[in-house]
Design a protein around this ligand. Sequence first.
Ligand SMILES: Cc1cc2nc3c(=O)[nH]c(=O)nc-3n(C[C@H](O)[C@H](O)[C@H](O)COP(=O)(O)OP(=O)(O)OC[C@H]3O[C@@H](n4cnc5c(N)ncnc54)[C@H](O)[C@@H]3O)c2cc1C
Length: 427
Amino acid sequence: MNEQIYYTKNLPFYGKYDVIVVGGGPAGVCAAISAGRLGLKVLLAEATGMLGGMATAGLVQPFMTVYDRDGDEPTVGGIYREIIERLDEFSAVVYPEETDSPSIYTSFIKKYHRHVTPFHSYMLQVVLDKMVQEANVEVMLYTRFSDCICEDEHIKYLVLSALEGLISVSGEIIIDCTGNADVAAASGVYTYKGDEESGVPQPATLMFEVGNAEYQKSERPTLPVKAYRTPRKGVYSVNHYHVYSVDATNSKSMSDAHRCARLQVLDAYRVLREETPGFENCELFQVASVLGVRESRHIDGVYKITVDDIAKGTKHSDRIAVYVFGMDVHSRNKNETGNFKIEVAKRYYIPYRSMLPKRVNNLLVAGKTISCESQAAGGLRCMPCAMAMGQAAGPAAFLSVNTKKTVNEIDISMLQSILKENKAILD
Ligand SMILES: Cc1cc2nc3c(=O)[nH]c(=O)nc-3n(C[C@H](O)[C@H](O)[C@H](O)COP(=O)(O)OP(=O)(O)OC[C@H]3O[C@@H](n4cnc5c(N)ncnc54)[C@H](O)[C@@H]3O)c2cc1C
């Protein structure tokens, strides 16, 4: 692809916002809600036709554990908790208090899986639609971030690919929640993909659901199809097979991987029906519309969370969230086995500095692409953790806009007190 063409075009200017959140997954939705509730003018641009990211389009379930390593105390509150309470209005969730492991909700996995939150993915779309609307967030679905125009380490304009064509918008603060660090990469932030040495990311998986099934024993059968019970009786979410070395920032790589994963789903479905007691008559209910990508880019941030931080539970003074899940690194190639290789602390902490990219002063990053070592991302990538980070990005943007300070200069103790007022857990 050496040949290049030069192209200029005047883009319609769609509007000026206090905050533009790019990507409406677990991190992006919580960032937009928390910023909107503080009275900021917020635009949320999402590439697909729904909010929720991996939780909805990716059919990833359940929300991983929200309790500490030993299952004693909750680690995530705030907007995550509101979301599950709203899901409960539709009888579309099982509260984490009711799902200690091992259980059908965790496919009988014991370690690190205490108190997960099974939910109904369609109802989640509906709940998220309502919550962003109530927070006065302007939502543009089917709108993909394409590029940005920067000046003096500042993002001046975003170029979005809307259905009507390319448009431009400006925001005082941009929050990149794309799961690919697309805005960060386009604005010149250094990013890296996958494992530090090999560059190989965790594998991808196409999630699907089957109905008319029920485990026959109180343990997973010997065949390793991982099926997690959803809140609906007989309906299981299946997380099986891997596609290796997928580059989620490359259309060709994603196309090849998605095609391969489609066939893997058929094979997993066959194994369930032919070899899994209780699943003999199961039916393929739905298959995710997007490929599940566990790992893509990580940003080079002001602080990089290390494996050591996760193992020892380093209590950063600028912490904006607590989380605990084991460092779940799925095999990066066919020959590798085993995850959860290093024991984690009872609780570990996410510092604000890990959401701050170097070099750009009006950009925050939340979700699975924050600045951390690849292995550390094995735990930090979970959806409740992404939600907690997103919830923190909103008030950080608010403080920056209101005090006319850059995102690097805001008062962290004020950020922490806003988070605590809104039931986020920091200790
Ligand atoms: C197979 C698999 C199984 C998993 N299992 C679990 C589990 O059981 N429990 C758990 O808690 N976590 C699990 N995870 C991890 C979790 O799903 C993700 O890490 C989490 O969703 C990350 O949230 P996010 O908001 O950072 O990104 P995402 O959920 O990826 O959301 C990113 C959003 O940004 C949008 N977007 C992307 N690019 C652009 C762009 N250029 N412009 C506009 N929008 C854009 C996407 O469409 C998407 O909506 C799993 C992940 C995978 C892949």
